[in-house]
Design a binder for this molecule. Structure first.
Ligand code: FAD
Length: 365
């Protein structure tokens, strides 16, 4: 008999399993994929660690979380400095003096502020949607050039139909600092995320290529408690309807030369190019990269259907209402713990998933 049967070898499941094992509990993790690490999974090709489910940059402010991941990997000093291309013009992200300089030729923060102020939408109420939110923050030029069409591509929806909350995530800087994140800690595990997960899971029993739902009764019978990190609507047989996600397609190519785009992340902000961003994987971790090849991946948003991989939860009213119904069912479960981005139906960065696993572990141990 196991103390915990953990469904999903992603970051939530693996963190929970580590904490429980360290506390003397017996755990088994199952995952329907043929590998561990969930969406953080990396594979090594030509000395390059390819981020198979999209680029993953670890960042956080919390010492406990940073110390936790550093138990299992050494992190490099990678700093995320993405750029955006629109009609052959290059802009720096996040919006900083570099961006304002490329957009208007301004040199000082005061000039940039004046320009933005003259274009900002002034409302005496809260913005109702993403378009209003963006226009109140940065004004027309930046919205039209760097936000509007990118958002349409990313969400396959008009920005007027999307919640304002999405755009609050975009940092705006009145300085020449083009580090995308504000966090105290940032980096990529040297040797790839998969190696980090192998270390997190050391000494813990893991079975891959197993779908919990194919034999749910059996799995429930071999453990005192279940930790479920899959889709919460699937757990409840879609009783209250189906939650929607933004899915993605990744097109990866190996190029027979050293350098393709000169940066880890390049966003494509116009509608004439179908991908939202292109990743050049060797820029994340250059420790063993081969000089003769490089690997690039185009990330293309895809309409959701049940047989596709769920990536980003859609936080609109309809889906939030459905999720609340599942959440109230989950609250009454005694032996099942729900955690992670699919079971909590939240966009979580990696450090937030670890925090959630810490919290759920404390509540349930
Ligand atoms: P997952 O990684 O999805 O793990 C859940 C696991 O459960 C999966 O392996 C799945 O196969 C398994 N599973 C589901 N159902 C079943 C079942 N029925 N039976 C068995 N197994 C099952 N975060 C950052 O901090 N920085 C970034 O730069 C960043 N970039 C991202 C880029 C993209 C494109 C995406 C989509 C996410 C990004 N994230 C980033 C977020 C990060 O991926 C998540 O925070 C993290 O992977 C979530 O971990 P999880 O364990 O909740 O989910």
């Amino acid at each position: 008999m196991y103390d915990y049967l953990i469904v999903g070898a992603g970051l939530f499941g693996s963190t929970f399993a580590r904490l429980a094992t360290d506390a003397g509990k017996k755990c088994l993790i199952i995952d329907k994929r043929d590998h561990i690490a969930g969406n953080c999974y990396t594979i090594k090709k030509h000395g390059i660690h390819e981020h198979v489910y999209g680029p993953h940059i670890f960042h956080c402010n919390d010492d406990l979380i940073w110390n936790f991941v550093n138990r299992f990997a050494k992190f490099n000093t990678f700093v995320n400095r993405p750029i955006a291309i629109n009609n052959g013009k290059v802009f720096s992200l996040p919006f900083s003096m570099y961006t304002f300089n490329a957009m208007w030729g301004v040199i000082t923060p005061e000039e940039a502020m004046k320009k933005i102020e003259s274009q900002r939408l002034k409302l005496n109420r809260e913005p109702l949607n993403l378009e209003e939110q963006a226009l109140t923050l940065v004004g027309e030029d930046i919205y039209n050039c760097l936000i509007r069409d990118y958002t349409k591509k990313q969400w396959l929806k008009d920005p007027k139909e999307l919640p304002a909350s999405i755009i609050k995530r975009l940092p705006i800087r009145m300085s020449w600092d083009n580090n995308y994140f504000y966090d105290k800690y940032q980096g990529i595990p040297i040797g790839g995320y998969t190696a980090m997960f192998e270390n997190i899971l050391e000494g813990i029993e893991v079975k891959t290529k197993i779908d919990y739902f194919a034999n749910q009764e059996y799995w429930n019978s071999i453990a005192k408690k279940i930790v479920f990190t899959g889709k919460i609507d699937e757990y409840y047989k879609f009783e209250h309807g189906e939650l929607e996600y933004r899915s993605l397609r990744f097109e990866t190519e190996t190029m027979p030369y050293n350098n393709h785009q000169g940066n880890a992340v390049v966003n494509y902000n116009s509608l004439d190019i179908p991908w939202t961003r292109m990743i050049e994987h060797k820029y994340f971790d250059q420790s063993n990269a081969n000089d003769n090849v490089t690997i690039v991946t185009k990330e293309i948003p895809d309409i959701w259907s049940r047989n596709k991989t769920p990536y980003y939860p859609i936080g609109d009213e309809k889906n939030t209402l459905i999720f609340k119904k599942y959440m109230s069912m989950a609250k009454s479960e005694i032996n099942t713990i729900f955690g992670g981005r699919l079971a909590e139906y939240r966009y979580y960065d990696m450090h937030q998933v670890i925090q959630s696993a810490f919290n759920k572990f404390k509540e349930n141990i």
